[in-house]
Structure formats: C-alpha cells, structure tokens
Design a binder for this molecule. Structure first.
Ligand code: GDP
Length: 523
C-alpha cells in the first residue's frame, strides 16, 4: 500500500459531555496507542519522536501532545485531530476541521443534536467533509433510536443509514446488533461491559437470536431492525464521501461497545487524503512536491519565550526532516530541522511524513494560520474560513502610551485565530470580535502577561460583523459612504460592516442587493 491510501485524518465533533474524551481514549486504546493507565508507550523511533516533543514542552511550556494523536491499526495510520472540548470554542476549532478528511459526530443518545454539534457540523458541510455518526451512551436510558435518526436527518438535512442497532437501551440494553455483518455484540453477564463476546447469525430470522436475547428483546430487535433497514437510505459510499449521507453506529464509549465497529468504519469508508482546494488549482495528494498549510498556531504559555508551534497539514509529497519549505507570499525558505511528528509507537521512520499527516513546526512567530508552505512557489491553499464574530467589544487602553504594543498584540492574536480585530474607519477605539466568551478572558490575560498591556473591554454598539463586497466597486462605495460610522477594516484591510444586530444585517442586505454580506471570509 502507498502512504496516501493508508492515511485516515479525522476529527471528532460533539457537544460538551457527549463523550468525545471517552471515545478518544477508547479509540487510542483499541488502536494500541495507549495502554490502560493512559500512559504512552514509546519504543525505538517513536521514543525519539516522543522525547522531541516532551523536550519542547518542557523548554517552551507548550502542550502539543494532545493536539494530534496518531495510531496504527491493520496497516492503516489514523491521525486524530483534537478540537477543543470547551463550549466556548474559537476559530481554532473551525480551522482544525479544514485539516481533516472526515469527521466522527458523537451524539448523546439522551440528547440528540445539541447546539455545538450543529455548529461544528455546519463547518464540515462548508467543505463537504464526510461524517460518520456515533450515537453514544446506549447503556443508559436514551431517546428512541428512530427519533434520533429522524432528528439527524431533519436538522442536518442528511440521509441517514443505520449500520448497527441497539438491542434495547438503558435497563433493557442487551447488546448491539450489526446490521451489515449480522453479529450481536453482547455485554458480559451481569454488566454492560463489552469484552469481546460476539455471536454470529445468518440473519435477523436466525432462531438462535431467541436463545441469546430475552423474548421481549428478540421481538423488539427484529421489529426495529426491519423497520430501520427498510425505512432509511441504503449505505452508499459515494453519497457518504460527498457529505450527503451519514452512516450511523450505536454504542457506548464508556462500556466499549461499538468502538471497534467505528474504527472499522473509518478504515473501510472514510476517505484517505483528498485533493485540497488551492490556487491556481487544487493540489492532489499524489503530487511529488511537498505542500501543506498551517491550520493552527499554538503560542507559548511561558511569557519569557516567544516560541510557537505551527501545525501544518501535509497535502502532498513526502516530507523529510531538515527539508526547506517556503511560506507562499512572504518570507524566505525555512529549513525544518526539528519538526514534531506525532507518530504512534513502533513506527520505524520517524523522520518522514506523508499527505494527511500533521507536522508541528517550532518557529518565532513567522508562521501564520492560513499560510501555505511548499517546495513550489506558485501555490496557495484556500478555504480557511474566518467566521463572523458573535461577541464584539471595544478595547480600552489603560495606558495611552502603549498603543503600539496593543496593536501588535491584537494583530498577533488575530493571526493565531484567537480573536479577530477590526479597526473602525472613524474613531480610535479598536474593536475585537470573538465567537465565545472564554476568548475574551484569554485575550485580556494574554495582553497583560505576554504583552504587558493593561486594557479593559467595554460593550460596543455592535453585535455582529459582515465582510462586504460587490461586483461593481461603485456599489460598494455607495454603501460604505452612507454607513461610514459602522465601517471598519479587518487585519488584512478588508472592509467590514459592523451591525447592531443580526436583524439589521438582514434589513440592510435586503436594501442593498448588489452588496454581498458574508458571515465567513476565506483567506
Ligand atoms: P466530552 O465532554 O464530550 O469530552 O465528554 P466526556 O468523554 O468527558 O464524557 C462526559 C461524561 O459522560 C463523563 O462522565 C463520561 O464518563 C460519560 N460517558 C461518556 N461516554 C459514556 C457512555 O457511553 N455511557 C455512559 N453511561 N456514560 C458515558
């Protein structure tokens, strides 16, 4: 097998508490990357890679280990990219999703689609990222499986295809039935734990089902499974890869039900690295020349160091340690001598990476989110979105002599994707925008600790922002001239309309049909 078709680079999306952390642990456990105590076992080359990043963590106070988790199974390499679990996520989360080829959506069986699941799903949809759904916590009382499937179908406008089915939930839970392979995964007697007890059947009409399930359970399973296979779309690999259909697996991350099936599903169905949108043309993973883009920059937690780690997703070519790559559009070639490679144990070549892999590049702030790095000069990856902030605040400087430092700090953090910054056309109060409350606290504390700037935030008379553009510059000018007091520039000088409310955006957009009001901006 080549080193492209054996890669699966994916993320888990979910609302807090749905079980992402538990599932991640179990995936790593089944993938052999960790052992029961959660300790990372390192040997040979992997030990080298591991000590590399531990050294970096110690020296620079950067925690990188959890950002990318790589494990191998049955000859495939899985790169699991972590998205922050906190409810107040930043653009960081969104951008991480631009670096994956597929996603697993975890849903709590008792709760269904929750707000953050939905938001993250919308980001996946923007890029047609294929989604496998895992309905978690079937060991507890949950909602009716049909209601859950219908909710996914209706709320997300996706075809759903159940691949497994719970034989009861909560108190009635008797196992998980695999609708494709006609196997029943069963809990150990007296528990709800899965430890490998599997019964193979010829089909749902196999009489032996009555021997292993309660009479009631067998009848319910037959009835429901029949309805489920008849009532929903059949599995269609192409529709899944196009992001139009989601195969659904039921399970319990905690009790280890369905985790194996989920890994198999990713192995069997999830796409290997796909061509990435770029200018002048999409980059195919089979292109020999090394290309990649930075989707995340993690700054140092230690204020005495200015080091950062840029996370690059490799899109084509074979990366080798020490290789020189040029950031498109700015700067000289950078020799990447100490890349952080997130390899599983037992890997032999810790010095190479392939399309789909993530490389951590230590740097001093030269690399920005959205940067393309390549061996060729003429390529630029597109489609890393900026999102319309949901919270806008004015920054008030406590010491007016620190204007320069403040601007530098705001620009830096905008580069990292922590916050967005808008410079109003009129007036001197800069406005920052975030998508979650937590980011405001992070901003203030970093201003003080890292940049020694004392600042406060006050309410802004705006609630949201839209990037404006028009085919005819005269239309844009007519609009901006009339709305001067609400116009600002983003960090890259693009015009932005600051709106008092989402309602105002709708109202104005109706009246200025020749002006486009975008809630996301691709950079
Ligand atoms: P996250 O916030 O999405 O990362 O969720 P966690 O993995 O931290 O899980 C949230 C809570 O749900 C924890 O108390 C877990 O032990 C529990 N949990 C996770 N998966 C399951 C499951 O399959 N069954 C049950 N009963 N509890 C679960």
């Amino acid at each position: 097998m080549d080193h492209i078709s054996d890669r699966r680079t994916f993320a888990i999306i979910s609302h807090p508490d749905a079980g992402k952390t538990t599932l991640t642990e179990k995936l790593l456990l089944f993938g052999g990357a960790i052992h029961l105590a959660g300790e990372v076992k390192a040997r040979g080359a992997a030990r080298r890679a591991r000590s590399d990043w531990m050294k970096i963590e110690q020296q620079r106070g950067i925690s990188v280990t959890s950002s990318v988790m790589t494990f191998e199974r049955n000859g495939l390499t899985f790169n699991l990219l972590d998205t922050p679990g906190h409810e107040d996520f930043s653009e960081d989360t969104y951008r991480t999703l631009t670096a994956v080829d597929s996603a697993v959506m975890v849903i709590d069986a008792a709760k269904g689609i929750e707000p953050q699941t939905r938001k993250l799903f919308e980001v996946c949809r923007l890029r047609s990222v294929p989604i496998i759904t895992f309905v978690n916590k079937v060991d507890r009382e949950g909602r009716d499986p049909f209601a859950l499937l219908d909710e996914v179908a209706d709320m997300l406008a996706l075809d759903v295809c159940p691949m497994t089915w719970p034989a009861g939930m909560g108190g009635q839970f008797e196992g998980i039935y695999d609708l494709v392979d006609n196997r029943l995964l069963q809990p150990e007697a007296g528990t709800k734990d899965f430890q490998g007890k599997v019964e193979q059947f010829t089909g749902l009409d196999d009489a032996r089902i009555d021997e292993v399930l309660s009479a009631e359970g067998a009848e319910r399973l037959r009835e429901e499974a029949e309805l489920a296979t008849g009532g929903y779309a059949a599995f269609d690999g192409a529709a899944y890869r196009a992001g139009d259909l989601t195969p659904v697996y039921f399970g319990s991350a905690l009790k280890e039900f369905g985790v194996d099936s989920l890994i198999d599903a990713i192995a069997r169905h999830a796409p290997p690295p796909r061509p990435q949108p770029a200018e002048p043309a999409p980059v195919d993973p089979t292109d020999d020349r090394v290309t990649g883009f930075v989707f995340k920059v993690q700054a140092n937690m230690d204020p005495n160091h200015r080091d950062r780690i840029a996370f690059m997703r490799l899109c084509s070519g074979t990366f080798k340690r020490g290789m020189k790559l040029t950031p498109t559009g700015h700067g000289k070639p950078i020799a990447i001598h100490s890349p952080i490679l997130f390899f599983a144990r037992e890997r032999e070549l810790a010095d190479e990476a392939y399309p789909g892999d993530i490389i951590g590049i230590p740097n001093h702030g030269t690399l920005r989110v959205g940067d393309t790095l390549s061996e060729r000069a003429d390529v630029r990856f597109t489609g890393l979105p900026n999102f319309a902030p949901e919270i806008l605040r004015r920054v008030v400087l406590k010491d007016p002599t620190k204007t320069k430092q403040l601007r530098k700090a705001l620009d830096d953090m905008a580069e990292e994707g922590v916050t967005q910054v808008f410079y109003p056309d009129i007036g001197s109060n800069w406005v920052i925008g975030v998508v979650g409350q937590l980011q405001l606290e992070v901003l203030l504390s970093r201003l003080e600790v890292e940049y020694k700037v004392a600042a406060g935030l006050e309410m802004a008379p705006f609630e949201t922002a839209r990037w404006v553009s028009a085919a005819d510059p005269a239309d844009l000018k007519a609009f901006t001239d009339l709305h001067r007091s609400a116009m600002a520039k983003d960090r890259d000088g693009n015009p932005v309309f600051l709106a008092k409310s989402a309602w105002e955006v709708g109202y104005i957009a109706d009246r200025y049909s020749k002006v486009a009001f975008a809630a996301t901006r691709e950079r």
